[in-house]
Write a protein that binds this ligand. Structure first.
Ligand code: GAL
Ligand code: CA
Length: 342
């Protein structure tokens, strides 16, 4: 055969293969979905958590896109609230498995409780995508069709620490109000055993204390909640008037602290520097309005897109997954005013 004919023949073969694969996929997708409705269950640890609420909103937007992109498919996405109870979540998951859901996306209440869910899902051949609350590694490797989508808490702590150091460089007089060379700080932590809380705290403090002398005036556990933080800080300020810095494991608690101080008649310009994590809408607005408030963005939108794209891969392409494609840590971002240094 002449060389040009060989090229022509192999070109045609490639085109034929691509066309076949495309039509096979279309056919597979339409037969798959004409036969039955594909059901995806999304189970939140609690829907009244402000960051989780932002994630839910991002998921709902992405679900509408997915439905538009797969007009052939009968897709049914259902959202559930575990109301912060692991046993209630187990009941929800059990009923989803009984009702032959095709994929489960689960935000565990208790991160050590994943094995029951994984074993039941595996027995029924239903893939599971955990998100936001990371199961222990031994559980995640129990089956190929188990994933985790979240963000790296160590990185958030380091970024938060760097933000505080940079603020100190730019505004030493504002931060060290009493000019004693030490920063009197209050720590507001999320749930006691949550690894995001533990690691964010550890790495934020480690990053700062290498370069700046810190003096702890109080450590409050506020379970990620605006209201709990509000009440605790309102109480604290009665006995502890010198707070120069508030390091909070998340934004809801940071905002609760700020509002408690304002309600305790501390003038805006006298507020301590307060830093949260998450990038809630109100925090982003405050961050652009005042130097005294900032946050690290926990990218709920990219996390939502990743969770749902893994669900779609499981539904539509039945990809075989390797060990290293189980964890998807979505990078944090800084607010616009800090983009130059992190
Ligand atoms: C964290 C988030 C917190 C809270 C927590 C719940 O990643 O920053 O605000 O939502 O997850 O697990
Ligand atoms: Ca001081």
């Amino acid at each position: 055969m002449k060389k040009s004919n060989v090229y022509y023949a192999s070109g045609m073969t490639i085109i034929a293969v691509v066309v076949c694969v495309f039509f096979y996929q279309q056919l597979w997708e339409s037969t798959l979905t004409k036969e039955k409705t594909i059901k995806v269950g999304i189970v939140f640890y609690r829907q009244d958590d402000e960051f989780i609420a932002s994630m839910q909103q991002a998921m709902e937007e992405e679900i509408s896109e997915i439905i538009k992109e797969h007009p052939q498919a009968k897709l049914d996405f259902q959202l559930f609230d575990s109301k912060n109870s692991q046993s209630y979540q187990n009941d929800i998951v059990e009923s989803l498995i009984k009702n032959q859901y095709d994929v489960l996306c689960i935000n565990l209440v208790d991160r050590t409780a994943a094995s029951v869910t994984i074993d039941r899902a595996k027995a029924a051949n239903i893939p599971v995508i955990f998100f936001n609350r990371e199961p222990v590694e031994a559980d995640l490797t129990r089956w190929d069709h188990v994933y985790y989508v979240g963000s790296d808490p160590e990185r958030a702590g380091i970024m938060q620490g760097n933000l505080i150091l940079s603020f100190n460089q730019k505004h030493t007089k504002i931060l060290d109000k009493n000019q004693d060379g030490k920063i009197q700080y209050c720590l507001i932590e999320g749930e006691a055993l949550h690894q995001d809380a533990i690691l964010r705290t550890k790495f934020a403090l480690q990053t700062i204390s290498d370069k700046l002398e810190l003096e702890n005036v109080s450590r409050e556990i506020a379970d990620w909640s605006y209201t709990t933080s509000f009440h605790k800080i309102k109480q604290l300020i009665k006995s502890q008037p010198t707070i120069e810095l508030i390091i909070s494991n998340n934004d809801a608690m940071a905002l609760g602290a700020r509002d408690a101080l304002l309600e305790s008649n501390i003038a805006e310009r006298e507020l301590p520097y307060i830093v949260g994590i998450d990038g809630l809408v109100r925090s982003l607005k405050l961050s652009s309005e005042t130097v005294l408030f900032d946050t690290i963005i926990n990218d709920s939108q990219t996390q939502a897109i990743k969770i749902l794209s893994l669900a779609c891969d499981e539904i539509f392409s039945k990809k075989k997954n390797t060990e290293d494609s189980r964890y998807f840590m979505i990078p944090y971002k800084t607010t616009e005013k800090n983009s130059e240094f992190l």
